[in-house]
Design a protein around this ligand. Sequence first.
Ligand code: COA
Length: 160
Amino acid sequence: MKRALIPGTFDPITEGHLDVISRATQLVDEVVVGVAASPNKKPLFASEERVALAQEATRHLKNVRVLSFNCLLVDFATQIEAQILIKGLRAITDFEYEFQMTALNYQLNKAIETLFIMSPPQYMYLSSSIVREIASLRGDVDRFVPSCVGAALKAKFAEA
Ligand code: COA
């Protein structure tokens, strides 16, 4: 059973993340989307909200599970018996950070392999913070996020 973990803060999940997740489902038996608590990022959506949105957005993918975690990534991977970490790589700017993370994760646990999936051009510029910023200024984010996320962003900023 090959199980891959796709980690991130997913604040919120975007079409770019979904592209990586759906492509990963073709490569392994099961994909676990790991929603990191990431308190240092001061997320807009609570951990439970980010998990619920990721669950809704991946409902059509049969071999995907969404779980939250608040520990070292490699420890979480071990706990759920994932042998592979999959990360999205958008542009050259991602490379140095991902290179550091991968090197450190490898030092922490050599049994876990990291693989990268390149983003297609239409998602290369996308990030959760850009989506949050557009939504906060009442811009249209529908082409960047699944419909459940678009609705959640509208509701969140209507509260503000
Ligand atoms: N499509 C769209 N956006 C993407 C993307 C893609 N394919 N790939 C990355 N992004 C975005 C993310 O949404 C994020 O946007 P934001 O900064 O606006 O929120 C940004 O690019 C950076 O992504 P990433 O590097 O994956 O950061 P993250 O916050 O989503 O996740 C963790 C980082 C959770 C994987 C990392 O902090 C971690 O492993 N934490 C656990 C603790 C730990 O083990 N730390 C030590 C590691 S050595």
